[in-house]
Design a protein around this ligand. Sequence first.
Ligand SMILES: Nc1ncnc2c1ncn2[C@@H]1O[C@H](COP(=O)(O)OP(=O)(O)O)[C@@H](O)[C@H]1O
Ligand SMILES: [Mg+2]
Length: 311
Amino acid sequence: MEAVKTTSVIQITNLTKYYGKKTCAVDNLTLSVEPKEIYGFLGPNGAGKTTTIRCLLGLLHATSGNTEIMNHDSRNIPPEIRKRIGYLPGDSFLYNHFTGQEYLDFYLSLYNSSSEKQQEIIELFEGIKLNSPIKTLSKGQLRMIGFVTALQHNPDLIILDEPTTGLDPLKQQTVYSLIRKERKKGKTFFFSSHNLSEVQQLCDKVGIIRNGKLVKTESVENLLNVRLKRIKVVMQSELVPSIQNNFSKVDGIREVKSSKNTIEFQYSGDYHSLIKLLAEIKDIHDLTIENPSLEEIFLKYYSDEDSRSLE
Ligand SMILES: Nc1ncnc2c1ncn2[C@@H]1O[C@H](COP(=O)(O)OP(=O)(O)O)[C@@H](O)[C@H]1O
Ligand SMILES: [Mg+2]
């Protein structure tokens, strides 16, 4: 049957992938990525991100469902479309004995591209080691080389599997600004991440995947409203019961754990109420306000959807 033509760059429809009979890595997943969008595919480890990406690229066969890139079925992407795709895999590198430069040049020759863009990206990544064999490089170095490989042939769609894992914060920022710059030139990005703040900084749209299911698709504005914080207060002296009582009265406080002189909780709500509450404690020795883990966010904001989908 002829598929309906869409304007989406990526169209995944009811994708299901089992490994063997029992492990369902991706479960009836549907999503689309539009031109010039930066789509963040967010989920904890083992959620099914890599499996989805590998099915999408035709590197793995789906158990059922349909995946398309630029209106071409993933199992049958013609070479001229392949040329317009850049891919940074999450894990291994082939051709371990190549040096970084040989590796990059090899891939460039497959695409018959000029080395102009290669040079441009290499210059952004200070300290990239191009003359050592791939097998001797650190994870961060490999990511940088992977990043150049994904972009050097000037593709229109760039698919990145956890691009910043193993990179130091400075290099992460380089990656972010490069992605923004390329998007301005009209490129489309689909990238996976388990880092909420990363997708908040970069993406237009975020699909949240958990246990192989797409739990939610959010615009980034909505995600920015996820104001959950994890707070820990250490006091000089022992916690007095009246303070503890006050904590239980404030809306938005949950998961309170207290010991002798420490109180820990999750907070989502108006920050002024929180500051007022904290100001009542006169002997704060240490105060930590952290962003919650992705798992905590799932439990707070998406547990309803998740429990429904588990039925
Ligand atoms: N080659 C494989 N064989 C069997 N199970 C696998 C294989 N690859 C991944 N899985 C399982 O599939 C699920 C999804 O994995 P993956 O797609 O790698 O998730 P993510 O990229 O989000 O960390 C996990 O439960 C993982 O253990
Ligand atoms: Mg993965």
